[in-house]
Design a protein around this ligand. Structure first.
Ligand SMILES: [Zn+2]
Length: 149
């Protein structure tokens, strides 16, 4: 039996987790009247806390918080229309280039050997796939850093 009385933390541990408690603490509580009374008081306190009702909001907390958040300064629709505009401009210019230089482009592919064309197409496809995978990985790491809670 230890000579000093137990601390409040040790007595709380004795009351809440008797099985995992140190044997010295258990023996001290069983032999010391002061600490036994303290343990009984803590036991009464914890039982009183357990009998309390769990507080629950009678309104939707998430909705009321979202209502008070400031609105986003950027308009999503403007960004989308701008990207569509860029896409159609580039598609239009690509069509014009193919239309104006169609004869020279066709002769270019006729003059190059088929194995060279296959190599070029394979290289472009591989680059495209690698860039897409890289972009997707970057997106996933950014989403992970955003979802930290
Ligand atoms: Zn004691």
């Amino acid at each position: 039996m230890t000579k000093k009385h137990l601390t409040d933390g040790e007595i709380q541990q004795y009351v809440l987790q008797k099985e995992e408690c140190d044997i010295d603490i258990v023996e001290h509580v069983q032999n010391c009247k002061t600490c036994k009374i303290k343990a009984e008081e803590y036991n009464l306190l914890f039982e009183g806390i357990k009998q309390q009702e769990i507080p629950v909001f009678d309104f939707n907390l998430a909705d009321s918080v979202i209502e008070q958040l400031p609105k986003s300064r950027y308009k999503v629709s403007n960004d989308k229309s701008f990207s569509y505009f860029i896409f159609f401009i580039s598609l239009f210019s690509l069509c014009i280039i193919f239309y104006l230089f169609r004869d020279s482009l066709l002769s270019l592919f006729k003059e190059i050997s088929p194995i060279l064309v296959a190599l070029i197409v394979t290289t472009v496809l591989c680059l495209f796939v690698i860039l897409c995978i890289d972009m997707y990985r970057k997106y996933q790491t950014q989403m992970k850093t955003l979802n930290f809670y």
